[in-house]
Design a protein around this ligand. Structure first.
Ligand code: B16
Ligand code: MG
Length: 215
């Protein structure tokens, strides 16, 4: 293993709660039922696909693309208001400590996120220049479980997929990593789906799996 590709939302930082609040605000305004169980299905899924899931059993399911784009933009504006208030204190010392340790162990580090806001989030938490490569919602055409986002990350790092391990909190993300022929570490919602190579409880547990790179 030469590189680690980290999912962002739900792994490095808990913007997943902001996604939930922003979708909930939109759903409440429209009078559409939305809860945490539905929200879990949105993990790792693109903004427009997420909107389709939020609206799937409502009278809004058949709106035009233009109308749907307006709703997605409305949700994203609420979400970005939360992001604007973020700062380096939103990055937990445990996560930062583990990242630094993995870097010292010789791993290349990349982000593999479906989010189009990934770079803004990384800047807000003080990791704007930290990673060797960033693959995000702006450079892909197919979102997780398609492997594109992780294959692009490996390409940007100049490595083969088999040399990369992915850390993910979404079941769709674990499927994407496996489809890319990468190893997968699951945490949060994805842990316990019995598909990943390792399940972990805390981010720092990665240190027990990924030993120093040799050679
Ligand atoms: P945006 P990740 C994903 O980030 C989120 O898990 C998912 O809930 C969201 O819909 C997606 O990004 C798109 O985000 O609206 O900011 O472009 O987990 O892949 O880092
Ligand atoms: Mg995630």
């Amino acid at each position: 293993m030469k590189a680690i590709i980290f999912d962002l939302d739900g792994v490095i930082v808990h913007t997943d709660t902001y996604h939930y609040k922003a979708w909930k605000k939109l759903a409440d305004r429209l009078g559409v039922y939305f809860d945490e169980k539905i929200n879990n299905r949105l993990r790792g899924v693109s903004r427009m696909e997420s909107l389709d899931i939020v609206l799937e059993n409502s009278g809004f399911a058949k709106l035009s693309i233009t109308e749907k784009e307006k709703l997605a933009t409305e949700k994203n504006e609420t979400y970005k208001d939360f992001l604007q208030a973020m700062n380096p204190a939103d990055l937990s010392p445990q996560v930062l400590g583990a990242l630094d340790c993995l870097k010292k162990r010789g791993y290349k580090m990349a982000i593999g996120s479906s989010s189009r806001n990934a770079r803004l989030i990384l800047e807000k938490i003080g990791l704007g220049d930290y990673f060797d490569a960033i693959s995000d919602g702006n450079n892909i055409t197919r979102s997780k479980p398609d492997p594109e986002v992780f294959l692009k990350a490996a390409e940007y790092l100049g490595l083969r997929p088999e040399e990369c391990v992915v850390v993910e909190d979404a079941k769709a993300g674990i499927e994407a990593a496996l489809a890319a022929k990468m190893k997968a570490i699951a945490m949060g919602d994805a842990a316990g789906c019995s598909r990943a190579d390792w399940d972990i409880e805390n981010f720092e547990d990665i240190l027990n799996i990924l030993v120093p790179v040799v050679g």
